[in-house]
Design a protein. Structure first.
Length: 142
């Protein structure tokens, strides 16, 4: 089963996909969003179909105390609409601190890239972290 991980942001959407055994998450490209525009559901659906996605995992941006915000509700709505469009289940994962962890990881690589490309890498890495959290959680403790 292949799973699509999504880090849905206001400017960029980080994406990751699992291997066919749903064990390892790998970052994909990052989609750019335009402010004030509708969510790119068509582009997301095309990516999901191209990778044979059977489930979607979306990072849920809760506030520091774990409560939902207006942005959380918007992200939840996008995830549900995409899942409905693809006729696959969607699950949500607390994404607090995944972007911070992803940024630290990318910086530690010391890659010679521009700041814009680095931000895209961070978003894709955050999506991979979100997806990996979900994948590891369904296997249970080791």
């Amino acid at each position: 089963m292949r799973v699509l991980g999504i880090d849905y942001g206001q400017r960029r959407i980080g994406l990751a996909v699992s291997d066919p055994t749903a064990t390892i998450a790998t970052p994909l490209d990052t989609l750019r969003r335009r402010r004030g525009r509708r969510p790119p559901l068509k582009a997301l659906a095309e990516i999901a179909v191209a990778h044979g996605i059977e489930r979607i995992v979306v990072g849920l941006p809760l506030d520091l105390s774990g409560r939902e915000t207006e942005w959380t509700r918007e992200v939840r709505d996008v995830g549900e609409r995409l899942a409905e469009r693809l006729d696959v289940p969607v699950e949500f994962v607390d994404e607090r601190f995944t972007s911070v962890r992803a940024e630290r990881t990318i910086r530690s690589l010391r890659l010679p890239k521009t700041r814009t490309e680095e931000k895209g890498r961070v978003d894709a890495a955050a999506a991979a972290l979100i997806l990996q959290l979900w994948l590891d959680g369904r296997r249970g403790p080791r």
